[in-house]
Design a binder for this molecule. Structure first.
Ligand SMILES: [Mg+2]
Length: 208
């Protein structure tokens, strides 16, 4: 039995922090996991900038409310979920994800939690477990599932490489060049077809 594990930002919805960088006029917030592989370092950097500017959860949520899923993302998810099980594995936070999950028809998401002070300042963050995407894929495999994974960034490579099949989706030229063995797609139709082929066991696009 298969479970498809999908990254959220950059794959199904735009990058939240990039949207917030644009809305707030703070270009330093454009740094993402595509640029900084160390997520804890990246989050600490972001929280320091928010503190310097006196920005909190409310301001970020106001931006998230304006973000729509990438064109075709909901249709892709609906089609995939009709055929197999799908879990979104994201390093984002519950407080950010909820309005986006609503727009995507409430798919299952495993993510993390922000620590927020009564005045709305984001004081820290709690990661569900170390290397959450890889750890979750391994746990699903130990529960009898075969996983197929797709994402766009460095923090997706672990789950992609540990899965029966794995695909880069809307990734960067650098990541695609550094990992030429991982099939890379830009369109939802192509990703859906690759996932279907992997489930049919044709072997195309297998990461192992
Ligand atoms: Mg991503």
């Amino acid at each position: 039995m298969y479970i498809i594990c999908l990254d959220m930002e950059g794959v199904l919805v735009p990058e939240i922090w990039i949207a917030f960088a644009e809305a707030s006029g703070i270009p330093e917030l454009k740094r993402t996991t595509r640029d900084e592989p160390d997520y804890n370092k990246l989050m600490q950097y972001r929280l320091d900038i928010l503190r310097e500017h006196g920005l909190g959860l409310k301001e970020i949520q106001e931006t998230i409310a304006t973000i729509d899923p990438l064109p075709g993302a909901k249709e892709f998810l609906d089609e995939l979920r009709a055929e197999t099980q799908v879990i979104i594995l994201s390093d984002t936070f519950e407080q950010f994800a909820k309005p986006l999950m609503k727009k995507l028809g409430w798919p299952t998401i495993f993510c993390n939690t922000l620590e927020v002070a009564p005045d709305g300042a984001i004081t820290g963050f709690r990661m569900r477990c170390p290397q959450s995407k890889l750890t979750t894929v391994k746990a699903l495999q130990s529960a009898g599932f075969q996983t197929i994974a797709s994402g766009d960034s460095y923090n997706d490579l672990g789950m992609i490489q540990a899965s029966k099949a794995g695909f880069l989706f809307k990734s960067t030229d650098k990541i695609k060049a550094d990992y030429p063995d991982i099939p890379a797609y830009e369109e939802f139709g192509d990703l859906l077809a690759a996932i279907r082929r992997a489930m049919e066991g044709s072997g195309a696009g297998e990461a192992e």
